[in-house]
Design a protein around this ligand. Structure first.
Ligand code: NOJ
Length: 537
């Protein structure tokens, strides 16, 4: 009998880990040619450390077809020359290490670009070893698989005149699916992992995991194909004792555990289920939904292995909600058709959805940080960057970082940014930028930074929360216990001041962090509109 696989301890603790998601093309251009660069990120590491980030999640910076934010990879081991080179990547990883920051990169092995040399070789020759890297059929397979980007794509099969067959693509037609059932494809994945692990990355955010697993199951149905994750995990562990494999899996809460297996498969999952329900709570201004949501995870998907966020690089995909719940969120945050996308999501950024109100936006972050999960911040959300809804699809939320009020928002010092920062009006860089907000104590940036720094000292926030009934549905109240100390997190998700019953009494608690909480009498607390507090006992 094989010895049992070792249990993988998580190297990320929720109370002092903050993942900061960066689109390298949009963060900072260090050489004035108009594109964000890896050296540009290195320039800004002091800012990230000051803010309280501990892990940098880099969106794709590989050579790509440039038609899906870089996820249409053309060469998994080559850096897009506009963004940097091997030397600049090395500089970034070393400089990050010196500041205690780890770097996580993207592993995109569900598909490639149709310009990838593997695909081009496969197209041209049925006998090529690369033919089996992809999924070909003489006729489209009617297995009910739906395209991920409707109505841009109407199906998952595309006729290829060069190949003389149809190929499968769950995402865009220019992104043919890789066949993970083919052993050589899995070996390529391991080779690519080794390549980046050798260059010092802490691990990967693994793209489109359920679809990869679904193909692996075709080769061997054991564990529904999840053995693939064990293979990848073992590869990562050969390079590091504490690798990070964060899986993108938009699946039901009850399924997460099967993708984790105590860290023997993925080490963490991106928690879409929670993300959707957070927005339901915000739409209803009623926190009671969270108690139900948090009860849906099995013990095999502990909070500390779940990664939580508000907005990311994509649309706010609301597929974890029922049609009625989705409508509630849409009505509250995306009432106009042009704010919606793919019949399921919202293409606005966080700040405009929350009326740009710093108190309301910082409240949502307080809520995010009060769940015992590992949080992700999307670059720019800490200052409330807006969106450009005239851009197509998900590009609406992909605008350059706003560093200061000078030329091109400090994104580039050159004459021509490839994409212009948002200018003018409430969200324009002239008013809304890092430099201005650093100088104001009540800015969104200062509030979020205070939350992140307070959190570091509250080790209890690493524990799974226990929801407390405080007699008021508008207030999320959770108790965290750790080594005999207790922390009570209170978040008023409503636009009105709220009074709650305090478990114990005010004498029991000491304020660790508060935004407008007071104690009218020993048995209760009063939170202002969108107020929040962390109280320790
Ligand atoms: C998830 C990424 O976040 C998204 O931007 C991309 O389009 C798909 N995966 C396909 O790679």
């Amino acid at each position: 009998m094989n010895p049992p696989e070792p249990l993988i301890r998580s190297s990320m603790r929720p109370h002092d880990t903050v993942i900061y998601q960066i689109d390298p093309r949009l963060f900072r251009d260090a050489n004035g040619h108009g594109w964000g660069t890896l050296d540009g990120i290195t320039e800004k590491l002091d800012y990230l450390a000051w803010l309280g980030a501990t892990v940098i999640w880099l969106l794709p910076f590989y050579r790509s077809g440039d038609r899906d934010g870089g996820y249409d990879v053309v060469d998994h081991c080559a850096i897009d020359p506009r963004l940097g080179d091997e030397a600049s990547f090395d500089r970034l990883v070393r400089a990050a290490e010196r500041r205690g920051l780890r770097v996580v990169t993207e592993l995109v092995m569900q598909h490639t670009s149709d310009r990838h040399p593997w695909f081009q070789a496969a197209q041209r020759d049925r006998k090529s070893p690369y033919r089996d890297y992809y999924i070909w059929r003489d006729q489209p397979e009617a297995d009910g698989s739906k395209p991920i980007f409707p109505p841009i794509e109407s199906g998952v099969w595309r006729w290829d005149a060069i190949a003389g067959q149809y190929y499968r693509h769950r995402f865009y037609a220019h992104e043919p699916d890789l066949e993970l059932a083919t052993p050589q494809v899995r070996e390529e994945a391991r080779r690519i992992m080794r390549h980046w692990l050798d260059r010092g990355v802490a691990g990967f955010r693994v793209d489109a995991i359920p679809y990869m697993v679904e193909r692996a199951a075709r080769a061997d149905p054991e564990d529904g194909g999840r053995w693939l994750l064990r293979e990848m995990n073992a590869e990562a562990r050969r390079a590091r004792s504490d690798p990070v494999l964060i899986g993108e899996a938009d699946i039901a809460a009850g399924e997460y555990g099967t993708y984790l297996d105590d860290g023997r498969r993925l080490t963490h999952v991106l928690d879409f289920h929670l993300n959707n329900h957070l927005f339901l709570v915000l739409a209803r201004q009623d926190a009671s939904e969270l108690a139900r949501t948090l009860a849906e995870y099995g013990e095999d998907a502990p909070a500390a292995r779940r990664v939580a966020w508000l907005r990311n690089n994509d649309e706010l995909d609301l597929e974890q909600l029922s049609p009625e719940e989705r409508k509630e969120v849409m009505d509250a945050f995306a009432p106009e058709p042009w704010m919606q996308l793919y019949h399921r999501g919202i293409r606005r950024r966080l700040a405009p959805m929350l009326d740009g109100d710093p108190q309301r936006i910082s409240m949502t972050h307080a809520l995010l940080f009060s769940l015992g999960q590992i949080p992700v911040l999307r670059f720019g959300d800490e200052i409330g960057v807006g969106d450009e809804l005239e851009f197509p699809e998900r590009e609406s939320g992909r605008t350059p970082m706003q560093w200061h009020a000078g030329t091109h928002a400090g994104f580039t010092d050159g004459p021509a940014p490839w994409r212009k920062p948002i200018a003018g009006g409430r969200y324009g860089y002239e008013r809304l930028n890092v430099r201005a907000q650093r100088q104001q104590n009540d800015s969104l940036l200062s509030r979020i930074r205070r939350l992140l720094h307070a959190r570091r000292h509250c080790e209890a926030l690493s524990q799974a929360p226990r929801i407390v009934d405080v007699g008021n549905r508008a207030v999320f109240a959770a108790l965290f216990e750790h080594n005999g100390s207790r922390l009570l997190a209170l978040v008023n998700v409503s636009a009105d001041a709220q009074r709650i019953a305090l478990p114990g009494g005010s004498g029991d608690f000491q304020v660790e962090l508060a935004s407008d909480v007071d104690f009218p009498d020993p048995a209760s607390a009063r939170l202002s509109a969108y107020g929040y507090a962390w109280l320790s006992a």
